[in-house]
Write a protein that binds this ligand. Structure first.
Ligand code: PSU
Ligand code: MN
Length: 302
């Protein structure tokens, strides 16, 4: 039947120190060619840390766990890949389309391959103006449904950070601070938001994730890793630019799945590429830490 064909290429990676990477950041989060360079550099960081990278996407309706270099290059160049989140997966697969997967969709596909770790830049969260728009990313709820542990640089400052934190708390999603005691805010390394689960190294996090599994918590976790100090941007400066981007978004009447890509590209323009430089540095750093945690986890399990 058709469905078996869809999943026949999904490997079983439960015994490997595997780390997944998403592709929406490749197609909708960064311009070409920096997007492709960044994707390949992340794979290399994971390898150097002693783990194995698997970049995930959908090519012509086929789920790919571990895109080849050529496929990454092709996806990074194309302008017609659709942004695939949880709700879009069946549509993209049935129609035979090419799609890049968001954090939520990548978690779902990674878990089919029994990949426990996944590195990205920033996850989606509760957007500013939530009380009017009800816009909160499907990424957040995914942690309550899918057992994958996501390493990121904290919620992006374009979001409503206190509401995003409260949401994670409400849903009981662990937020582990990798060598940090305050919540990193994507472009900035520190913040006024203290972490409960703080100052942890890769071995401590790997052990906690192992316990999470043994307790049958049936959920994912968020591991927050701060942007390298030299790429950290000034918080007031970023805030100022975000306000401008949000104003433009209102004027341009942007809604739904367009919101995040729109804001990311406006931030790139407004910061004259500085946000991109920081974005690349932090993703690579997350890939490295994800590799360290995956390698440590494998040692604990064995
Ligand atoms: N944050 C970034 N870069 C990105 C994204 C988020 O800094 O590219 C992407 C991720 O793929 C994330 C998605 O899963 O945006 C969230 O989109 P939405 O808010 O529409 O759920
Ligand atoms: Mn949204």
């Amino acid at each position: 039947m058709v469905f078996n064909k869809l999943i026949q290429n999904i490997p079983d990676l439960k015994d490997e120190p595997a780390v997944a990477l998403e592709t929406t950041v490749l197609t909708h989060g960064m311009p070409y060619p920096q997007n492709v360079e960044c994707a390949l550099a992340c794979e290399e960081e994971i390898r150097k840390a002693g783990a194995k990278p698997y970049t995930i996407g959908i090519i012509d309706g086929q789920i790919k766990i571990g895109l080849t270099k050529e496929e990454i290059e092709k996806l990074g160049k194309t302008t017609d890949a659709i942004k695939v989140s949880r709700k879009d997966l069946p549509y993209c697969l049935e129609k035979g389309l090419t799609g890049s997967t968001t954090v939520a969709a990548t978690m779902i596909l990674a878990s089919l391959a029994h990949i426990d770790f996944f590195a990205t830049g920033g996850i989606g969260g509760v957007h500013r103006g939530y009380s009017e728009t009800l816009d909160a990313s499907a990424d957040l709820d995914e942690f309550t449904k899918t057992e994958v542990n996501v390493i990121c640089a904290g919620p992006k400052a374009i979001l409503d950070v206190p509401k995003t934190i409260e949401y994670l708390e409400t849903k009981g999603i662990p937020v582990y601070g990798y060598k940090c005691s305050s919540l990193p805010l994507f472009y900035t390394a520190t913040s006024k938001y203290p972490l409960d689960l703080k100052d942890l190294d890769e071995d401590a996090i790997a052990k906690m994730i192992y316990i999470q599994k043994k307790l049958n918590l049936h959920m994912g976790s968020l591991i927050v890793n701060k942007i390298p100090e030299e790429y950290s941007l000034n918080e007031n400066y970023i805030e100022q630019e975000i306000d401008i981007a949000l104003e433009m978004m209102k004027k341009d009447n942007i809604h739904g799945k367009e919101v995040t890509p729109y804001l990311l590209s406006k931030m790139l323009e407004l910061t004259h590429g500085k946000s991109l430089e920081s974005n690349i540095a932090l993703i690579k750093n997350n890939a490295r830490v994800a590799g360290l945690i995956a390698a440590s986890y494998k040692r604990i399990k064995d």
